[in-house]
Ligand binder design. Structure first.
Ligand SMILES: Nc1ncnc2c1ncn2[C@@H]1O[C@H](COP(=O)(O)OP(=O)(O)OP(=O)(O)O)[C@@H](O)[C@H]1O
Ligand SMILES: Nc1ncnc2c1ncn2[C@@H]1O[C@H](COP(=O)(O)OP(=O)(O)OP(=O)(O)O)[C@@H](O)[C@H]1O
Ligand SMILES: [Mg+2]
Ligand SMILES: [Mg+2]
Lengths: 465, 465
């Protein structure tokens, strides 16, 4: 007789933790740094707080003289918004629980990164996680907790309230089996690349060997935070339409269109309803199942909808991108460009591209740095859409660039939903719309480089005469 | 004030369906075929039933003359074990519900493939799925159902019992938005490759253009079904150890070791307990948290455990692999090899490799066909471990092979847990243990080919004299 089992989301990712980037001690240490730092930076940026992020990794007590892999304690502290005491246990102790399930750009999107780090720490060291948080700088709550993995629910071991004395933010302290020897290079790359696209952040990192690195703020300018937006008609499937209609407070479909969709005004609403053969006074709740499908298909086919604007997005912008490049790369020359907002499957996105040459950049040949919603992507380059565009669609010879030209190309995709191919956010799928914007952005910066190089080349010739 | 939300597993994969291989109509049609056919073959093989699988894709009523993408109806029927009526709704209407969460080889492992196909069909066409199943050939139950995506639970619209008149098995009929024009090549490749590794199956495929293809059984020999196994000590983390101890019926740790772990007898148990400094009469339930961590680490470090045997695995075996190659490829020469059972992180696996040359194989140069637990992997070749081994570690010139030699290399990895990197099972991570077995298996078949080619070459020379 066949035995059926149901498993919880945490049980699923406990068993399949490689899907989330926790495949071994070296990778898990890297992923833990990533997930916690990204939570901290999201929290600061959403409230336009100049980020102060502190990260410390030390050998756990009793493991100091052991070889890798071994137990490490990691502390990540920020000056962000903090988390309400009531929400802390589930925010960190439940998979698929979070505040980022919205149509608004953020590094977080799955509701599980912080929880996975805690889960991995727990299954390798059996130690609880300590989380302190204050939302007002007056009081802070400290939790000692673990996760009931089979039930996907937090287990609170201790909870106490204390004076915050002005500190507002979040501090996470957990122990996990890591391999610092194998992951240190990637961890330092992660911080350096993060500093590149977040030059308004102060980041301090202390490693297990006692090395302290300050990534010092290079500008006080922060990007405008994104604003939550209405869905774009092109992103609507039948399930989404059903739900929007169920929540509709009542009134004709012409009003429903204007109040439910991004950038749909009365005129476009009426023109669309004419196109799709639905009378404007129709009650959306009266649409039959068949009508619903036709309505959804018409939303996709109608060509009169305005493209998304970028209000739900938060690109770096030229000033910030330039500040980061100057601060981290010190090139002889650089150029940045940003594409207009575009969309894939109704999800808005903006591509920003930067190219830096010479100066302190001394590796031979071109190096690609990829970013998505300000997250540095350091794995699976060969599978990523940016790599594909660079290697298949850019003919370097056209731009007076050869195998040895010291170049760093930076691609940044920001979206309300970055088309990651994996839960571990390793690389980005090659959506044709995204590919197109990348191609044009990359060509643009190479053209600018070519102009610079030819000007330098002709000045050289002048001087030699 | 920050608003927190919890989402269900189906809601998560509804929003992130590209993670599961349902990114667009062309890919979703392919994934639906894959997921349903794999469920059928799993069901037959587990009970050593010679598989009869019928697949039909037709334009949905009203869509016959429309261009792609459009609505298609797909029917998949098998003669497998059938599903108990009580279990049908959750098996297909709940994500993370299934019968394959066990230490035993199967194509299924995540408990969500069938459910995703139904979910995708529902959100694109709003039509319910019809599922019929009989476990005894006497009565069959037919369900008309949909999924409550927000709650991750089935919605039963109709249920009826009827005479089965001897038919035992499962039949799934659903409607989805697909793009047959774009996915037909991949779908036919999927069937051809499935027939290659499942030559004991009769598979019938009728496509929307009315084309009928029979993949006819080439052998009545079936692989021995896998047997569920105890976990191997090397795969145990602290959470797993805790659970096993919680379920332990009572008795000393020496007995616990023998009854809980794969291939651990009294002698090895005592030797391990001596190594880890735990007295054999210790009650496992009395171990402190600290002791538990030490115990788990010792399980990893102790070198005296026997490697896993292959009883929980079900490789094709030479006879079946050869039958498939002959039937589907008709080569001039072929060779197959199987490696001894090995393990990565305590999970047993076996690598089988086949190489076919000439005859009806007429493409120029080497083509790689990848399989895992008999599933053909047709995407993301460049990211897969087999591709990495072939391109980085095999020097083709050593084997008298050049750019034009018509060759097909087949790699098959079977495991209780195939290290897929994605939920869509597209490609396999490069675990060093798996890489090693692949490397040796691939070299083995190339050596055999080289012997053949030199024999043929010298016979040619003889003839010319
Ligand atoms: N440092 C922090 N400051 C403020 N809020 C935080 C912090 N860390 C976590 N949170 C809250 O906890 C929630 C869950 O975090 P978690 O990392 O598990 O998921 P996420 O960030 O929403 O998505 P992702 O899995 O993509 O990272 C977040 O949505 C956020 O509301
Ligand atoms: N054709 C079938 N015959 C018998 N049982 C089936 C069939 N299709 C599905 N099932 C049952 O339904 C369960 C759920 O199927 P589903 O495809 O969603 O998950 P899975 O096969 O367990 O894992 P995966 O997501 O990796 O495919 C299976 O575990 C199996 O018990
Ligand atoms: Mg997060
Ligand atoms: Mg399945």
């Amino acid at each position: 007789k066949t035995v059926f089992t149901e498993i919880s989301p945490s049980e699923f990712f406990y068993r399949n933790r490689d899907l989330a980037g926790f495949s071994n001690p070296s990778r898990a240490l890297y992923s833990t740094v990533r997930e916690l730092v990204e939570n901290s930076l999201d929290s600061c940026e959403l409230y336009t707080i100049l980020p102060e992020v502190y990260v410390r990794i030390t050998a756990a007590r009793g493991s100091e003289d052991k070889p890798d892999p071994k137990h490490y304690e990691i502390v990540v502290m920020d000056n962000g918004s903090g988390i309400e005491g009531e929400q802390v246990p589930k925010a960190f102790g439940r998979i698929f629980y979070g505040s980022k399930y919205r149509l608004r750009q953020a590094r977080g999107m799955f509701g599980m990164g912080g929880t996975m780090s805690i889960l991995y720490g727990q299954i390798t060291t059996n130690k609880p996680v300590e989380i302190s948080s204050s939302v007002d700088g007056v009081k802070f709550e400290k939790f000692l907790m673990m996760i009931d993995i089979e039930k996907n629910t937090p287990i609170i071991l201790e909870r106490q309230k204390s004076e915050a004395n002005g500190w507002r933010g979040t501090r996470v302290r957990l122990t996990l089996e890591g391999d610092y020897f194998r992951s240190s290079t990637k961890i330092f790359d992660y911080f350096k690349n993060t500093a590149l696209v977040t030059p308004y952040a102060n980041i301090t990192f202390i490693d297990p060997l006692g090395k302290l690195v300050h990534y010092t703020r290079g500008t006080n300018v922060m990007p405008d935070p994104p604003k939550e937006t209405l869905p774009h008609p092109h992103g609507i499937d039948v399930e989404a339409a059903k739900r929007m209609i169920r929540l509709w407070k009542g009134g004709p479909i012409s009003k429903f269109m204007v109040q439910s969709f991004h950038r749909v005004g009365d005129k476009i609403a009426l023109d669309f309803l004419k196109y799709s053969g639905i009378p404007p006074e129709t009650d959306p709740k009266s649409l039959s199942n068949e009508d619903l499908v036709k309505f959804t298909e018409a939303l996709h086919d109608y060509e009169g909808f305005l493209p998304p604007d970028g209000k739900c997005l938060s690109p770096m912008g030229e000033e910030i991108f330039s500040a980061g490049i100057v601060k981290e790369l010190s090139p002889e020359f650089f150029t940045v460009t940003a594409r207009e907002p575009a969309a894939y499957s109704g999800f808005p996105f903006i591509v920003e591209v930067g190219l830096a040459y010479g100066g302190k950049i001394n590796q031979q040949g071109i190096k690609l740095l990829r970013f998505a919603n300000r997250i540095p992507l350091l794995y699976d380059e060969g599978s990523d859409v940016s790599w594909k565009v660079l290697s298949d669609e850019i003919d370097l010879k056209r731009y007076r660039v050869d195998q040895d030209t010291p170049l760093i190309l930076m691609t940044h995709i920001c979206s309300t939903k970055v088309p990651f191919k994996t839960v571990g956010k390793e690389y980005i799928a090659d959506r044709p719309e995204v590919e197109k914007e990348l191609r044009n952005g990359i060509r643009e910066v190479f053209r600018k480089l070519q102009i610079y190089l030819s000007r330098v080349g002709s000045m050289e010739k002048q001087r030699k005469k």
